[in-house]
Design a protein around this ligand. Structure first.
Ligand SMILES: C[S@@+](CC[C@H](N)C(=O)[O-])C[C@H]1O[C@@H](n2cnc3c(N)ncnc32)[C@H](O)[C@@H]1O
Length: 167
């Protein structure tokens, strides 16, 4: 059975699609965080292609260790921070980034709400498949992006909310 730690990752094509979109919003202070960063591929992709500080936090120790090995070889290692832990215990990370991505298809409601309530940056990309979250955020302007993921033959819908255009 699939659970929050096993269902897959954003593909190489998906990483390019996301970076292309993030590139439209870059400022000199931009920094990125991937909540549940898995093997850290998106984290390094963002640092390498957009040249901004890029952080990941991953609950699963096995994935975290592989992520450290993969990212060791990045030519943008100075911009990359990969951490092992539960975001629920690392609230500060949410305050230190202004662009957030979470592949949250199977995250619990508590976790999704925690992310949404503690992120104080400007742009976030999430799935919003949980009806309760969706209802809470329906009044915000959102843009739908189609991002390629490893567990679907078609693309996955990711919703982008830009808090700058929601004020
Ligand atoms: C589908 S994977 C996404 C990997 C990567 N972000 C991507 O899109 O390719 C979701 C990851 O979230 C991690 N995760 C789940 N709950 C978490 C939590 N509370 N804190 C940190 N990571 C978590 C899982 O272990 C899993 O590796």
């Amino acid at each position: 059975m699939r659970n929050a730690s096993t269902y897959g990752e954003i593909t190489s094509k998906g990483r390019n699609q996301l970076c292309e979109d993030i590139s439209k919003h870059l400022t000199k202070d931009s920094s990125f965080i991937d909540i549940g960063s898995g093997y850290g591929k998106l984290v390094s992709h963002v640092a390498e292609n957009l040249n901004i500080k890029s952080t990941g936090i991953e609950l699963c120790e096995k994935k975290h260790k592989i992520a450290l090995e993969i990212n060791y070889w990045s030519n943008k290692r100075d911009l990359i921070s990969i951490q092992h832990g539960n975001i629920l215990n690392n609230k500060d990370l949410l305050k230190n980034a202004n662009i957030l991505f979470a592949n949250n298809v199977l995250f619990e409601l508590e976790l999704n709400n925690f992310i949404l309530n503690n992120f104080s940056g400007t742009i976030y990309f999430m799935n919003f498949i949980n009806n309760k979250i969706y209802k809470e955020h329906i009044n915000r302007k959102w843009e739908k992006l189609e991002i390629d993921v490893s567990w679907l033959k078609k693309s996955s819908n990711v919703y982008k909310i830009n808090t700058n255009t929601n004020r």
